[in-house]
Design a binder for this molecule. Structure first.
Ligand code: ADP
Length: 652
């Protein structure tokens, strides 16, 4: 125990024993060549059949000399220890054995140098090979498990995806045997859950698509090439819908097909659209060829049409929606100038109405027709815009041209040349103007002189009678001149009314008083009720209306017969009636008596121009009223004038 208590004497020996039996390999190398000076048991155990003591490191461990010698040199030079964890080296455990992977924890430490000797280096080495191997296996196992889990996750994900996507999805083995379908597939085709056998495709494919499908499948399976085809798949309700089938192979590292992954996408709508587009294309082609066939005949018909159009006396222009000329006949070209297709005639002229007002484009007959209106006989004056040429008067009509569906495709406009007629009318108007002035002046003189003669009581009765005759004739003549002048002014739209409320009973009474001496007013009976609402009328014009009707009634009926002027409220309007007991008017003349210059053959012996009733009608219409006649031959006539009620009177 005394020895044991004296470490100073026993420590080198103990240290040697500890070193020798240490579980870690310990060696000491020294000298320039790193010669093994000490090797413990564990170090020797690394390569048991290798003699080490007294031999250089490179000789003992040639397989690792390349890796280790530089480290030994570095440690010796620097004096710094070196620690390596899990240093890997390929070594032979036996001299004749194979190179094996080995892992060591290595510590190199330089010993304090003695004399001029280079420092020797202690090598401590712990063999980690078994531990590292074990760890690697564990890691590999873990990695494998992780991979498996990952694969499972991926597979589940793929399955979920396959369930989620709207396509029908399936997988099949390398032999083409279907082994999985997504839920959508089952729902679509109405299949029961569970594995599907090879009859799946026979059950769901349209019989006509079956042969093609199997052909494509077998080619695809043999070649390992993706498959792509359009087929009809039967739905649960028995109907078929077009689907695009696609199948791609999943391969392993060696490129062998492990599985096929297939999808079917519904392309029914696209197919239909394509089919209809195809149909439309086919129809178009058909139509085009038919059109080509027809074009010769159409050309002939067009020529015929042109001939027909040219034979029409009126000008005729067919224009499209844009107002561009599509076809025009010869008269139209003569009236409007050259009209090549696509041209536009409207803007070539300043267009005026009968009052000389320039017509806005929107009021032009063809433009109105484009809006769907049928325009008849509008008299227009066309003045060439900014160029030579005289104005033309045209009677223009226009009507829309509609297609099968009733949509307006264009307009047909016809033009009657009424320039000469207008010239005549203008000359007539000039004449009437001249008459009204030049005749009226001397007539006034005649009238005045006749009246003066009549007032001379000492003149013989024959002179007075003749003076009376001159006066009445002059008066009638003045009335006729008034008619003519009125006619011109009314037709030219120059008569402007100033309507006001007119109480008809007093109006008629006053009129009768004023006519005394001019007309046989004693034959007049007034039956206009005082209660009759006032009419809206221009008094001088209303007087003219009544005077014309009363004059005719007295003129055409027997001298002793009575003429009645009555009034009534008819349909909210005021009606004045002049009824006589004259010869009446034959039924076939009733409409014509209001025409310009119309005179009944039976009335020819009486004086008149045939203008009275025409002017009366124009005046009544200018009031917004209406005139009509009821008559019975042999019993008499009744002329009814309907006038609007005065505003203040309305609703009373
Ligand atoms: P006119 O100057 O001939 O009287 P109107 O225009 O006043 O011209 O009348 C046209 C025609 O209508 C007359 O020619 C006559 O034949 C017929 N007419 C007008 N008023 C009557 C009437 N009250 N009775 C019978 N015929 C009438």
């Amino acid at each position: 125990m005394a020895d044991a208590s004296s470490p100073s004497r026993s420590s080198p020996r103990i240290a040697a024993i500890l070193l020798d039996h240490s579980p870690g390999g310990i060696a000491l190398v020294e000298g320039a060549d790193f010669v093994f000076a000490y090797v413990n048991e564990a170090f020797q155990a690394i390569a048991p059949d290798r003699p080490m003591l007294g031999r250089a490191f490179s000789a003992v461990w040639p397989e690792v000399a390349g890796q280790v010698l530089p480290m030994l040199e570095r440690v010796r030079t620097s004096g710094e220890p070196l620690e390596l964890t899990d240093f890997r080296a390929d070594v032979r455990r036996r001299l004749d054995g194979p190179l094996e992977e080995a892992w060591w924890n290595v510590t190199l430490k330089a010993m304090p140098p003695r004399g001029g000797e280079p420092a020797s280096i202690a090598i401590h080495i712990v063999d980690r090979t078994a531990a590292v191997r074990e760890r690697r296996v564990t890691e590999a196992l873990q990695a494998e498990q992780e991979r498996l889990r990952e694969a499972e996750r991926a597979a589940r994900g793929a399955e979920l995806l396959a369930e989620a996507i709207p396509q029908l999805v399936w997988t099949c083995g390398p032999d083409g045997e279907t082994d999985w379908l997504n839920q959508r597939w089952r729902e679509y085709a109405g299949l029961t859950p569970g594995p599907q056998d090879g009859d799946l495709w026979r059950a769901v494919l349209h019989p006509r698509d079956l042969p093609g499908f199997f052909d494509v499948c077998s080619i695809s399976l043999h070649a390992g090439m993706p498959m792509d085809m359009e087929v009809r798949l039967r739905a649960a309700d028995g109907s078929y819908r077009w689907h695009l089938l696609r199948a791609v192979p999943l391969r392993d590292d060696q490129g062998r097909v492990l599985q096929w992954f297939g999808t079917a996408t519904d392309i029914e709508e696209q197919r239909r659209a394509l089919d209809s587009a195809d149909l439309a294309r086919r129809r178009e082609t058909d139509a085009r060829s038919r059109a080509e066939d027809a074009s010769f005949a159409a050309g002939q018909r067009a020529a015929e049409l042109d001939t027909v159009l040219d034979s029409i006396a009126d000008g005729l222009v067919i224009s499209n929606q844009a107002g561009e000329v599509e076809r025009a006949n010869e008269t139209a070209r003569r009236l409007l100038g050259e009209l090549p297709p696509g041209s536009d005639w409207l803007h070539r002229f300043v267009v005026r109405d009968t009052l000389g007002q320039e017509l806005p484009v929107g009021a032009m007959p063809p433009v109105r027709a484009l809006r769907g209106e049928v325009v008849r006989g509008v008299e227009l004056r066309l003045e060439p815009r900014g160029g030579p040429g005289s104005p033309t008067w045209l009677s223009v009509s226009a009507a829309p041209v509609r297609d099968d569906r009733g949509d307006i495709r264009g307009v047909v406009t016809t033009f009657g040349d009424i320039t000469r007629l207008h010239e005549l009318q203008e000359r007539q108007a000039d004449l009437l103007r001249a008459i009204s002035h030049d005749l009226r002046t001397p007539l006034t003189v005649i009238l005045t002189q006749a009246q003066l003669l009549q007032r001379r009581p000492d003149d013989p009765p024959t002179v007075v009678r003749r003076a009376e005759s001159v006066r009445t004739s002059a008066q009638r003549m003045a009335a006729m001149i008034d008619d003519l002048v009125d006619l011109v002014r009314l037709e030219a739209g120059l008569v402007k009314l100033a309507p006001r409320a007119v109480a008809l009973a007093p109006f008629a009474a006053e009129l009768r008083d004023r006519l005394r001496g001019t007309l046989a007013v004693e034959r007049l009976r007034l039956e206009v009720p005082e209660s009759l609402p006032a009419a809206s009328a221009d008094p001088p014009r209303l007087e003219r209306i009544l005077v014309n009707l009363i004059t005719n009634a007295l003129k055409y009926s027997p001298p002793e017969s009575e003429t009645v002027v009555s009034g009534a409220l008819v349909d909210g309007q005021v009606q004045l009636t002049v009824a006589d007991q004259g010869p009446g008017i034959p039924a076939d003349e009733l409409d014509r008596v209001f025409e310009r210059f119309y005179r009944s053959p039976s009335a020819l012996r009486k004086e008149g121009l045939g203008l009275g009733l025409y002017i009366t009608r124009l005046l009544v219409e200018a009031h917004g009223g209406q005139i009509r006649v009821e008559s019975e031959v042999g019993r008499g006539s009744a002329f009814h004038v309907l006038l609007p009620r005065a505003a203040a009177e309305r609703g009373v």
